[in-house]
Structure formats: C-alpha cells, structure tokens
Design a protein around this ligand. Structure first.
Ligand SMILES: Cc1ncc(COP(=O)(O)O)c(C=O)c1O
Length: 385
C-alpha cells in the first residue's frame, strides 16, 4: 500500500531512534547512561499523586472531558499568570488546555498558516518546531542562534521578502538546548517585528521554573503581546508530570479561538483527573528541593566537563549543557562514538536544526550517581573521536 510523501518526508523522531540504539545495547547487557532525552526523574509536587488518584475514583471521571479544558484549570492558569507575572488573562477566551505542549506547538501552525506560508524556526530549536513545515506544506525559514549573539536570533538576517511570507515564529527562552534567557529589549523588539510583519509569535515557556541565575520572562508581560503572541506552558518540566501529557496555551483570543477549532476536531480533550492533578500542581508550585537537586547536578556536570576540556559556563537555566565540538568533529559522530565506547547517550546537535551539528546536548535529568558513572566511563573511553 502507498505511504504518503508527507509521512516519508518526516525525519524519524530523533529521541525514538536513540531509544532504539540504547535498547539494542542494553539487550547486549551493556550499561547505558541516557543523558540524551530530557525525561525529568524527580517526583511531582506534593499532593499531585493524591489529587490524581482521588479524581480517578470519582464517578463519571471517565467521561469525555470538555475540549478546551475544565474551568477550574483554566482559572488556575490565569491565577498563576497573575501571581507570577502580574499578567491578567481571561480564562474563558485567553487560556486553552492541551495534551502537553508538543502537540500544541505543532497544531498552532494549523490555526495560523496556510500552505506555502513560511514559519520561522530557531536553529537550534526544539525538534517539534521543525514538524509543521514537513507536515503542512510550509516553508521553514531558519534563524541561527549563535554563541556570539548570546544564542538570540539576529533579526537583521531575515530578508524583507522573507518577512512577507512569515506567518508564525517560535521562540523558547529559557532556551532548550542552549540554556540561556532572553533580555527584555529582545522581547520588545520581537513583538514589534511580529506586529509590523503580521505573524504570530509563539513563546514556548517550558522551562519557566528551571532557572538558576536571573528570571524567566513571559512574553505576556510586554506591551502589545496579546495582539500578536501566544505562549505555551507544560506540566512536564516544572512538575515532572510528562507522562500525564498536560499543557496550556495562552494569549491572543482570536488565534486561540482558531486553535480551539483545530484542537476540538483533532483531539477529545485531556482526561479530567489529569487536569485536576494539574490544578494541584499549579497550587503547590515547583518543589524547591527539585530545583536545588538540578542545581547540584548542573554544578557537578560543569566540573566534570571542565576536566574533559570543554570550555562551557554552567547554563543559567534549563536542564542542558550545549557542548561545542572540536574542529572537524560533528555532533553526530561524537555522540555515536561516545555511546558505543562509553555507553553514554547524548543528543547530537543535528536533532535541533540543520546548522547545529557542531554541538551535542547533555541533559542532566539523571541522578548524581548515574552522572558520576557516565563521567567515569567517558574518562576511561578517551579519546572519543
Ligand atoms: C522547549 C520544549 N518545549 C516543549 C517541550 C514538550 O513538552 P511536553 O510536550 O511534554 O509538554 C519540550 C520537551 O522537552 C521542550 O524542551
């Protein structure tokens, strides 16, 4: 039977492919420490599991949920924005609940673009940003995030005729994979560009709570944001609830209405007990102990990487180190060699964009004992390439 060109054009999902390689090695009884995928290993906030279990036991909890989310969770998201950023959102029109943020980041393209429009994607950028161009017949316009520009896009690199075609653009600060935050003037400048050229700015705020130095900003804090922007939230990183699949999108009411149309045709809403657990998570907030564990790991990894001659500062935010490769070595080559020689999995930079294979990403979502094993094995396996 024929398979669509659309499906064939999709790259294999990098983390699924890496999982296959790791499984194959484990079947050969090799110990593999997976520092590739970002899969938080610390527990959700206190009370989340109990709220989930109690809600599952409620009669009627297995019925279809409301499409855009239960009122209580929409309200809680709006309350969180007010507490956290002094931003007012109308829970009825400016908040939508989604099954995690990955699908929202992809489906937003269905609500904002038509075939042949262009989408602005940072390189490096979270792999899901690259999917709308492959699935929905859009042109992808990459904008490089370079160390010399603090891993911010240099908007002067986008040509005037490209601005005319762009209808959607993704940004993500605190940034996966580079770990940096964006300054206020950058947000102001970008909102201005989105307004001037008529594109929807999507700010992916996945790492809002995982910040060690400085403060994450919401795009919604800046004047004019609600005219041009959406922001995605996820319960996966702050609250380690990634298996439950829960997220939210907030911002421009007109675009959210279009997103609701799309989502209600494709999805059937998020299981209500999961949303109830989400209310509890927002009320509790991220556990301070979780952040302090991540900070300890970050500091430990920084010391170990310096011993391996990587000249990288500890990231001010997120769960990642973005490691530059020696001249002539690609991230793909390096990560393959490290996996086979030392049993340590990292993510090649190519997963994040076509010009990013001069880097690899190390994720410290593993306990200190596993990190220590990984670095011991790495040292023993030197030289890697
Ligand atoms: C920047 C960024 N956005 C979104 C996501 C997706 O999170 P989820 O789909 O679990 O909400 C991730 C996950 O790693 C991420 O790193």
């Amino acid at each position: 039977m024929p398979v669509s060109a659309r499906a064939q054009a999709l790259p294999p999902y990098i983390f699924a492919r890496m999982e296959d390689d790791i499984d194959a090695m484990r079947r050969e009884n090799r110990l593999v420490v997976d520092l590739g995928i970002s899969d938080p290993d610390l527990p959700p906030p206190h009370g989340v599991a109990a709220a989930l279990v109690q809600a599952v036991a409620e009669p009627g909890s297995y019925r279809y949920p409301p499409y855009g989310g239960i009122d209580g969770l929409r309200q809680q998201v709006a309350d969180w924005y007010r507490r956290r950023f002094a931003v007012n959102l109308d829970p009825a029109t400016e908040v939508l609940i989604t099954g995690g943020s990955k699908e929202a980041l992809i489906h937003v393209a269905l609500a904002t673009t038509d075939p042949k429009d262009a989408v602005l994607v940072p390189d490096p950028g979270y792999p899901a940003y690259h999917i709308p161009s492959a699935l929905f017949d859009l042109e992808e316009i990459s904008v490089a995030l370079r160390p010399g520009n603090h891993f911010l896009p240099d908007w002067t690199e986008v040509r005037p005729e490209q601005w005319k075609r762009i209808r959607l653009g993704y940004l993500n600060y605190p940034n996966n994979p580079t770990g940096v935050l964006a300054p206020d003037n950058f947000w102001r400048q970008t909102i201005d560009l989105a307004a001037r050229h008529g594109w929807t700015l999507v700010s992916d705020l996945a790492y809002v709570d995982i910040v060690y130095q400085g403060r994450a900003r919401s795009v919604m804090e800046f004047p004019g944001a609600k005219d041009v922007a959406l922001e995605t939230l996820t319960f996966s990183k702050s609250y380690s609830m990634q298996g439950l699949r829960l997220g939210a999108v907030v911002g421009n009411a007109k675009i959210l209405k279009a997103m609701y149309r799309v989502e209600s045709q494709i999805n059937a809403g998020v299981y209500v007990p999961i949303q109830t657990a989400g209310i509890q998570a927002l009320k509790s907030g991220m556990e301070p102990e979780v952040l302090s564990q991540y900070r300890k790991r970050r500091d430990y990894v920084a010391v170990q990487l310096a011993r391996l001659d990587f000249q990288v500062p500890p990231p001010p935010a997120t769960l990642y180190f973005w490691l530059p490769m020696a001249p002539g070595v690609s991230g793909t080559q390096f990560s393959r060699a490290l996996l086979h020689k030392a049993g340590v999995a990292l993510t090649p930079g190519a997963a994040f964009g076509p010009s990013s294979d001069r880097f690899v990403r190390l994720s410290f979502t593993a306990p200190l004992s596993m990190l220590s094993r990984a670095f011991e094995a790495w040292h023993r396996a030197l030289p890697i390439t």
